[in-house]
Design a protein around this ligand. Structure first.
Ligand code: PEP
Ligand code: MG
Length: 915
């Protein structure tokens, strides 16, 4: 049998059979518009008779040097003949003419990107017939002149202005204010003018053969697939070029046949808020383009209840049927011709994130969908947008158009921030104290910039990547942050920044969009968000936790958790912990204790401890630090009562706590040159210590467990503080669950050396305090050697937590602080890496190590608790991987907890064991 290129709306079963039954494939073959018109026909809704020429025909036409594939045109004619029968009209018949529209429609909706021609079939002969038949010559001539205009612009590529000018001239001459004020005679004259325009531009007359009109219009729609607009839309939306568009030939129905006719577009629910109830606009006595064009102001759809009550009642019934059928909010186009309602389109409506979530939750309540469907419908990105203040989309577009674009970098932490620019942390803090909204702009940030970051509304850096200090800290505090905006130069002397030809002086306003990685000059308005007030989101995420917690959510060998992932949070301070708990965190997976050492009141003591010449001096300084640490931990345990809290022992190399070597050297030299002696000796001592601690590769140097072994006094103090705090908190009636985490282990021998010494202290403290608490000692897995020798390491470690920031750094051999600046983004651009491995786990390499690690670890210690606390713990794709390899939990910054809860449930649903 010859290939079938054309399907009537009534032939959906056949089309679906051809593509193997799958609805997505049917959408591909017939396009969204065609497939849904056919589907509405199948369920008995009023759809004007029509046919669809397939996207396969489009692809064949384009591949064939713009020639219809063999048999296609004959099939189109044959189907048209059937439509004539269904409509009771004849194409080209001057007494009873059938008119059709020719509409594009690809698999994915590309609004306004491709072509449509209305009123095909009107000629000098049929227009008279239509006038008689409708007893409405004005209507007939208006339809004809619209055809010539539409056909001229779309099919014949004549600039639309030529027609618009003629229309304006006609209105002027007639003294008409609006199009509708033109009479039949005036429109007839206008059609004549339009014909002259065609002749002048093309050298031939407007085709008087309706079949020629149809054939040329079909070709034009095919070609519009490769039009400039359509191609750039596809690039932006990542729609493949090889899909092609289908062409729909649909019997015309007219909304402009008087006061009992009309046309409109509507959503079955409010696409902005998700509120239930039909929402849209319509116009009486108008054609579709009039509603969209904004020439007349459309009315709210609800007012149809008064103007066209019968049609409105039927319309509401159809909306309900469509929602029940598609189980989703629909975006509908309709026309009423002399009181009779026709459906011209339905599709799943586009909506805001807030509407998506409300609709999903409401539809579960209405028994339209189940919880799991609701959970898969909402995307993690949508949850994310609800948690951070966002820029008003139109205002951002306007800023872009007004030339206010400043820079683009890595979208490190989502949210919108507006503030005045300051170039150093102290100034940021001071200005914030004065009540200014501040944006901190730096080349990069360091731990001693944190107070400025806390004070700032947002952060913008010219260097660094997704796991740079600025990015990690900003996410932790939920601050919008863009890093690595490399077009930006900061001139600290002149106190200004320059980027893309724009200059911003210190104190001037900018707006930073952490979701897109963009920055703009000036103040763009924002809209705010509060988690606990977002009832639908809270409900959805409770369902997510339920799904992830289902026993049997995962299959795996013995010793693996059978429930899905829990979501914990990385939090250093009690306020972070409370926020994380409010967001639904079920534990703390990482408290970076060294962050407490950087606080201004503590840093001098820490420095004294580092510079100590004797063990006594060091112990003295540590004794001063102990109460600080104890009170930090106390607050954390109290905030997380009943839930596990993992405290990581000190990790970074000590030089990070001392002043910068270069700056110090300069200071000492200047003092010497100027002969200043006061304080010189102290500075020289510090400089000597800094030099002594200098390492060529500090990230691979004396840090983590190595530091604990070389200088055990620090971690001994930390463990004491930790257990004293836990006992104190328990004495106050709370329920602390301390877990002590040792960082950067590479060999079990390291653990064997230090862990028992620390456990002794833990026991000692509990004995002193007269309390017995449940506690755990475990380790981070950050070094490939640890991952592949996990069986040995698990002999001592009761839990593992993947530090995938370091594990990625060490597996690739890419410096996490420099790679993005130097080559990594280029690697991604060139396709050498599929994505940034510091944002999303590289499953083949780093991920494989994690998998091996868990398997080896659980062989040696069945039931070993495994988590992740690197930045990947909040990334949905990485969360899916953690589900697959059998993690117990993921831990991420508090603001990413809601996203992670959804991602964990989605992983459980997607990979549910087959029953
Ligand atoms: C890690 O390496 O993934 C980690 C969580 O530790 P840090 O980022 O503090 O090195
Ligand atoms: Mg680490």
């Amino acid at each position: 049998m010859a290939k079938k290129w054309v399907y009537l709306f009534g032939e959906l079963d056949q089309a679906q059979k051809y593509v193997g039954g799958d609805w997505q494939n049917a959408l591909g073959l017939l396009g969204g518009k065609g497939a849904n018109l056919a589907e509405m026909t199948r369920i008995g809704l009023p759809v004007p008779p029509g046919l669809t020429v397939t996207s396969e025909a489009c692809n064949a036409y384009l591949a064939n040097g713009n020639k219809f594939p063999e048999g296609m045109w004959d099939q189109e004619l044959e189907a048209l003949h059937t439509i004539e029968g269904l409509a009771g009209k004849k194409f080209g018949d001057s007494a009873n003419p059938l008119l059709v529209s020719c509409r594009s429609g690809a698999k994915f909706s590309m609004p306004g990107m491709m072509d449509t021609v209305l009123n095909i079939g009107l000629t000098d002969a049929t227009v008279e017939g239509l006038a008689k038949l409708t007893e409405n010559p004005r209507f007939a001539w208006d339809a004809y002149r619209r055809l010539i205009q539409g056909f001229g612009a779309v099919v014949l590529d004549i600039p639309d202005e030529a027609f618009e000018e003629a229309l304006d001239a006609a209105k002027k001459q007639a003294g008409a204010k609006e199009d509708v004020d033109l009479t039949a005679g005036q429109l007839k004259a206008l059609a004549g003018e339009y014909r002259k325009i065609v002749q002048k531009h093309k050298g031939f007359d407007f085709p008087q053969n309706p079949l020629e009109q149809l054939s040329l219009a079909t070709e034009a729609v095919f070609r519009s697939w490769n039009g400039r607009k359509a191609v750039s839309y596809r690039r932006h939306e990542e729609i493949p070029d090889n899909l092609g568009t289908a062409v729909n030939i649909v019997t015309m129905v007219f909304g402009n046949m008087g006061s009992t006719s009309g046309t409109g577009v509507a959503f079955t629910r409010n696409p902005s808020t998700g509120e239930k109830g039909v929402w849209g606009e319509y116009l009486i006595n108008a054609q579709g383009e009039d509603v969209v064009a904004g020439i007349r102001t459309p009315k709210k759809v609800a007012t149809m209840a008064d103007e066209l009550p019968e049609a409105y009642k039927q319309f509401l019934e159809i909306c309900a049927i469509l929602e029940k059928h598609y189980k989703n909010m629909q975006d509908i186009e309709f026309t009423i011709e002399r009181g009779r309602l026709w459906m011209l389109q339905t599709r799943n409506g586009k909506r805001t994130s807030a509407a998506e979530i409300k609709i999903a939750v409401d539809m579960v309540g209405e028994n339209l969908i189940d919880r799991k469907t609701a959970l898969t419908r909402v995307t993690p990105a949508q949850v994310n947008t609800l948690l951070h203040p966002q820029f008003d989309a139109n205002a951002k577009k306007a800023a872009q158009a007004a030339g206010k674009f400043l820079a683009k970098g890595v979208n490190a932490s989502p949210g919108a921030a507006v503030g005045q620019v300051y170039f150093d942390a102290d100034l940021c803090e001071a200005k914030a104290k004065e009540g200014q909204a501040v944006i901190m702009v730096r080349p990069f940030t360091k731990p001693d910039d944190v107070h400025g970051m806390i004070a700032a509304k947002g952060i913008l850096t010219s260097e660094g990547g997704a796991t740079s200090h600025a990015a990690v800290v900003a996410r932790q505090f939920g601050k919008p942050c863009v890093v690595g905006a490399s077009s930006m130069r900061i001139d600290f002397d002149a106190r200004k920044l320059t980027s893309n030809g724009v200059v911003v002086k210190e104190g001037e306003w900018i707006s930073v969009d952490g979701a897109t990685g963009e920055a703009f000059v000036g103040q763009i308005p924002t809209v705010a968000a509060k988690f606990e007030e977002q009832k639908d989101l809270v409900t959805l995420l409770q369902w997510a936790d339920g799904v992830a917690a289902e026993p049997g959510a995962r299959s795996g060998p013995a010793g693996y958790p059978s429930r899905g992932l829990m979501v914990w949070a990385n939090a250093d301070y009690p306020s972070d912990a409370r926020r994380a708990r409010n967001f639904g965190a079920q534990g703390i997976g990482l408290c970076r204790t060294e962050h407490m050492f950087f606080e201004q009141s503590r840093l001098p003591i820490v420095q004294r401890m580092i510079l100590a010449k004797t063990s006594e001096e060091r112990t003295e300084a540590l004794n001063e630090l102990l109460p600080f640490q104890r009170s930090d931990f106390d607050g954390l345990f109290e905030a997380m009562t009943g839930l596990p809290v993992i405290i990581r022992l000190i990790d970074p190399p000590l030089h990070e706590f001392l002043p910068d070597e270069e700056a110090l050297q300069e200071e000492v030299t200047t003092m010497k040159v100027l002969g200043k002696t006061e304080g010189l000796a102290e500075k020289e001592t510090v400089l000597a210590a800094v030099k002594g601690l200098h390492e060529s590769n500090p990230m691979m140097g004396l840090r983590g467990i190595r530091l604990s072994i070389v200088m055990p006094e620090i971690v001994q103090m930390q463990v004491r503080a930790l257990f004293e705090a836990a006992c104190d908190v328990a004495a106050r009636g709370f329920d602390p669950h301390p877990e002590v985490m040792i960082p950067l282990t590479g060999t079990v021998k390291e653990l064997e050396y230090i862990q028992p010494k620390l456990e002794v202290i833990a026991k000692q403290v509990m004995q002193e305090k007269g309390r017995q608490l449940d506690y755990k000692f475990g380790t981070m897995i950050e070094i490939p050697r640890a991952a592949v020798t996990a069986g040995e390491i698990a002999r001592l470690a009761v839990f593992f937590s993947f530090g995938t920031n370091d594990l990625t750094q060490m597996t690739y051999g890419y410096s996490r602080d420099d790679a993005e600046r130097n080559f990594l983004l280029k690697y991604v651009e060139e396709g050498i890496l599929p994505f940034n491995p510091f944002q999303t786990i590289d499953r083949d390499g780093v991920g494989r190590l994690m998998d091996i690690c868990i398997q080896e670890g659980r062989k040696s210690r069945p039931g070993l608790e495994v988590g992740i606390c690197g930045e990947h713990g909040g990334d949905p794709n990485s969360i899916e991987w953690c589900h697959l390899i059998g993690n117990n939990y993921v831990s991420c910054s508090p603001f990413r907890v809601p996203v992670a809860r959804l991602a964990a449930a989605q992983a459980a649903i997607k990979h549910a064991p087959k029953k």
